[in-house]
Design a binder for this molecule. Structure first.
Ligand code: GLU
Length: 494
């Protein structure tokens, strides 16, 4: 029978979804989709102090925004729930019980001070610190009596001695670990809550997970999980640890991606006006190489193209310029409707249109976005760019000189335009085009002499975006003001 693919994303809801987490989610999502499998989202919420509902909501919203809808898990349900670890304590307790009874786990009563001292001594001797095994020999019945009497205890897993554990990683190949370097690790804390390395094994096993794709920072956890799989007699999933994401600092040095290198949360990119398809595309390229020249892939295309064979084990570098380029490409290709959906909030926020835009404002917004879409890499740049065209114009001598040989025509055109604008309180692309046509007809001036003077007077530049649309950005009042000033100045020039 063909293998069924079941992959999961298991974040801890202790902060917003960040770029690294989103990339892990994406790779799991893509491998599941590519193979007609199931993508599961569950929550590792055992860190009671740091977990919050708000973080969970943020993670879910970000995943949905990125288009990574899950087939099974929190909110949507499924046959393997519950999907939050704090709701699965019974499952963990039953497994702990079994390990205790089989002598594979034991209660440990060592105090924190004792453990700290032990660690210090080991370090002083130049040894890698690990639990010394003081409570290993306490019989279960005796330990249970002490616990029942109220003594505080953790539960440790008895790590087999002198063995080699091999992580057969789908990205990194075989990575070996010596069990003697691990030390009996805690699987249940004194408050009865299981730790990640234990709970995750139970979750992955009971949910029938076939592949675990996660960040390289978890590679050192995997041998602990593997010895647990063996102790519990469970079949292991396949593992793939994907490289760290590095950021380049000002001196060009590469270090683990952090806030210093740019925003780290997905929602921050949403707020800056990035499109989700651009983020998905960018995330996929953080470690995965398509193997050809093409770099732009929609989520659907990624679902077809993705494979773990093309995931690199060298670190991925977070390159904001590349993200901007990708986003710019998607903006250019987006429909007018989508552009408006994304651009309008930025125009509202900058006070360029009202909170409840009028029909005229909507037309204005559409025109503005359409003309500027080739000039922005994210929508947050939109108001800035509009302001640039609306800022005071400085007329350069060289630019003015370009009008000298057609001064008379230029003045005729500018005066005619001024008059028309005075009579027209509203300018749209169409009405502007109509005015131009009329001016040409009335003055007999055509071509460069018609357009060039208007461009210079209105923008101070010899080149730039389409003037019909630019006029809408600048707006009727400002245009009129500029024309009046320019005519006054220009007619005095020789
Ligand atoms: N909660 C872990 C994390 O957010 C999950 C690790 C795993 O996928 O096993 O990093």
């Amino acid at each position: 029978m063909e293998q069924q693919y079941r992959l999961r994303f298991a974040p801890s809801p202790t902060g917003p979804l960040h770029i690294g987490g989103a990339r892990s989610a994406l790779f799991n999502y893509l491998l599941a989709k590519k193979n007609g499998g199931t993508f599961i989202v569950r929550m590792e919420d055992t860190d009671l102090e740091r977990s919050s509902k708000e973080s969970e909501e943020n993670i879910k919203d970000s995943l949905r925004w990125l288009g990574m809808d899950w087939d099974e898990g929190i909110d949507v349900g499924g046959d393997y729930g519950p999907y939050r670890q704090m709701e699965r304590l019974d499952i963990y307790n039953a497994a702990v019980r079994r390990l205790l009874e089989e002598g594979k786990a034991y209660y440990c009563f060592c105090s924190e001070e004792e453990l700290a001292r032990e660690k210090e001594e080991q370090q002083a001797r130049g040894e890698v610190p690990k639990y010394g095994g003081k409570c290993r020999a306490i019989p279960l019945a005796e330990a249970e009596k002490r616990v029942a009497a109220g003594e505080k205890a953790v539960i440790r897993f008895r790590v087999p001695e002198g063995e080699t554990v091999v992580v057969d990683d789908l990205v990194r190949g075989k990575v070996s670990f010596d069990t003697d370097g691990i030390g009996d690790f805690i699987i249940v804390k004194s408050d009865g809550i299981p730790v990640y390395n234990f709970a995750v094994v139970l979750d992955d096993h009971t949910m029938g997970i076939t592949h675990v794709i996660r960040g390289e920072e978890h590679l050192s956890n995997t041998p602990r999980q593997l010895v647990l799989y063996d102790a519990l007699g469970y079949e292991k999933p396949k593992f793939a640890h994907i490289s760290l994401i590095l950021g380049r600092d000002n001196e060009g040095k590469l270090t683990k991606m952090s806030k210093r290198h740019g925003s780290t949360s997905v929602v921050a990119y949403k707020e800056q006006g990035y499109l989700p398809e651009a983020i998905d595309n960018f995330l996929a390229l953080l470690g995965w190489a398509p193997g050809g020249e093409e770099e732009l892939f929609t989520l659907d295309e990624l679902e077809q193209a993705f494979s773990l064979e093309h995931v690199s084990k060298s670190p991925a570098v977070f390159d904001l310029e590349k993200l901007k380029w990708i986003n710019g490409m998607y903006i250019r290709g987006a429909s007018g409707e989508r552009l408006l959906e994304y651009g309008l909030p930025f125009l509202k926020k900058a006070g360029l249109v009202s909170a409840e835009p009028t029909a005229d404002e909507m037309i204005w917004a559409m025109t503005v976005i359409d003309v500027l879409k080739t000039h922005i890499s994210c929508f947050a740049e939109l108001p800035e760019l509009i302001e640039k065209y609306r800022a005071a114009v400085v007329y350069d001598d060289d630019v003015l000189a370009s009008l000298k040989d057609c001064k008379e025509d230029a003045l005729a055109v500018l005066r005619a335009m001024k008059e028309k604008l005075e009579r027209n309180p509203k300018v749209t692309v169409d009405s502007y085009k109509k005015m131009l046509k009329e001016i040409s007809k009335e003055t007999g001036i055509k071509g460069r002499n018609l357009y060039h003077s208007l461009r210079v007077a209105k923008t101070g530049e010899e080149q730039g975006p389409d003037l019909d649309k630019l006029s809408v950005i600048i707006g009727r009042d400002l245009m009129l003001e500029r024309l009046k000033k320019f005519i006054k100045m220009f007619q005095r020039m020789d």
